[in-house]
Design a protein around this ligand. Sequence first.
Ligand code: ADP
Ligand code: MG
Length: 475
Amino acid sequence: MEKQAGTVSALSAAAMGEAWARIRGRLREEVGEVEYRTWLRQMTLVGIEGDEAIVVLPTRFLRDWVRSHYGDRLRALWQQENGAVRRVDVRFAPERAADDAPDAEAPRANGLAEPLAGKPAAAARAAAADARGDWSAPLDPRFTFDTFVVGKPNEFAHACARRVAEKPASPGFNPLFLYGGVGLGKTHLMHAVAWAIRNGEPARNVAYMSAEKFMYRFIAALRSQSTMEFKESLRSVDVLMVDDLQFLIGKDNTQEEFFHTFNALVDAGKQIIVSADKSPSDLSGLEDRLRTRLGCGMVADIHATTYELRLSILQAKATAAGIDVPKSVIEFLAHKITSNVRELEGALNRLIAHANLFGRAVTLDGAQEVLHDILRAHDRRVTIEEIQRKVAEHYNIRLTDMSSARRARAVARPRQVAMYLAKQLTSRSLPEIGRRFGNRDHTTVMHAVSRIAELMQADAAFAEDVELLRRMLET
Ligand code: ADP
Ligand code: MG
């Protein structure tokens, strides 16, 4: 069989084999395991002739399928690996007897993509190839700049991401450190940058991965004694994105490796983008020098959503889904689901699914019913501290009076209101609530709850007051 390609220009056979392993790995991640095994696993790279990569498949049917469904993608991936490859020729070549004395330099990549098949030596080689091979996790096609809704809480992070996508590695923006709470759009922004760069300059090697995956790869490389390849391949990326860096806290070896990779890349003028749930200075447990370096580019935080941003996001997503969601429902959701965008999206998706499933319009009543459990779970998240704070503020008393022994009506009544609300809005037991109010007995709480209920019955203005507090706490 053909071991070397005809006129490989700049690529050595070894480099070609590695590139091919990376391409296969990336395809596998993009299309998923099942699809990969069905259509792509049997691809063999024969070589590169001129500006054309030649890939063969063992049946005509597979050849046609791969050509029509994956031809463009294969070409784009090859271009990314090596700009000199401009075309990919997918050919039919009946299965030949396996070449049992594989030359390590040979560009045959079958074994590379099947780590567990074959002999130990092949497995070790495969693990090494895996470690140095495909870096990037798949990108979510929905996470682009087009679908990212910009508002006050995220406008700065968004602007930084845009800037980096337009001009990677510009001074002052490297590294770009994005941080914020869960579900606020960090991953979305990172993918958006990756898409923008990949679409604009396919030859740029953009690698996106979670910190967890980074660690997993590193450990796999250690095991297969291929850390050199690991480092080399990582350093060959142009843009490295590591998501959820807080995962590396306490993982000292991996941190160390990340630190070196990081330095090497920045020194080589490559762009780094990192996300975490806290700012670099608050990431205690990360090595000091790493924190310092992380903080020395651009640090951008994504704040908790505002009501306005939630409205715009819901509106945008409803429009994108092509479903007519009444304004009242959108406002209701934006009011009720304040935790993060992911939950907001989840709630909306559920409404949309229901509407589609039953062919019914989305209504406020329907929404309340469909989202019953989400809303309740959300309500339960109100803490006793928040209740005490809001109630104290409302009645203009000191927070400490919530637990003090003072019995003056001006203090005792608000305290009872707070106990009542704690019972209504949290899942805490009476004894627990009592403890949080200056170690009071559960019978005191019980008394407070029934007393407030009575007063609400008797006094409409008071009832309205308490209801107002409840609404403020619930949203
Ligand atoms: P994080 O990585 O910060 O935990 P994600 O990026 O995964 O959060 O975002 C969670 C979900 O919310 C995703 O589906 C994402 O598309 C969506 N999302 C977050 N922020 C926005 C936004 N500003 N506009 C549109 N969708 C958003
Ligand atoms: Mg994320």
